[in-house]
Design a protein around this ligand. Structure first.
Ligand code: SME
Length: 168
């Protein structure tokens, strides 16, 4: 890999910002398929690039529950059952979940008390659930539909580049 230069990331035009981020992620993952390495670099890129985050990272489906993977932010809860919390709900429904106020989400699991809003994108590899990508913000209503679509694209790039079956 070439040296990562933390360029100033511009999200004034959010869609354009996500397009640039997708190109950067493609470059970062090119030629590497190790799922831990790719998850670590993806989490680091997102945490560095996106404004107003206090947590960005992965939970992977292992033994029927979500287990924390590489992330940036404060230490997090390790295991989340499917259907529990924002992560477990998005995973069970296989749908991206935007939560504008985590305190209003029944069953939200508070790992970092600073989190006010959250978005969770399920990771689907050949239609099988492999885990989730989770982002938390200290700002209420930080994530909208443009973030959701942008993050889904980034999650897809990560899934395509990585041999997730190595995690089972
Ligand atoms: N808040 C999540 C738990 C994971 S942390 O945010 C890192 C949830 O309710 O599933």
């Amino acid at each position: 890999m070439t040296t990562y230069h933390g360029e100033p990331h511009d999200f004034t035009d959010k869609s354009a910002g996500y397009e640039r981020l997708a190109a950067q992620l493609r470059g970062l993952l090119a030629g590497e398929s190790d799922p831990i390495a790719n998850a670590a670099n993806t989490a680091a890129l997102l945490f560095d690039a996106l404004p107003d985050l206090n947590w960005a990272g992965f939970y992977f489906l292992r033994g029927g529950e979500l287990v924390v993977g590489p992330f940036q932010g404060k230490p997090a809860c390790v295991r989340i059952a499917l259907g529990r919390g924002v992560c477990g709900t998005a995973a069970a429904k296989r749908e991206t979940l935007i939560v504008p106020d985590v305190n209003a989400f029944p069953g939200h699991i508070a790992c970092d008390g600073a989190s006010q809003s959250e978005v969770v994108v399920p990771l689907l590899a050949a239609q099988r659930l492999a885990g989730v990508l989770d982002l938390d913000s200290p700002r209420l209503a930080r994530f909208d539909a443009v973030d959701a679509r942008g993050l889904e694209r980034l999650a897809e790039l990560f899934v395509q580049a990585s041999r997730l079956e190595q995690l089972l």
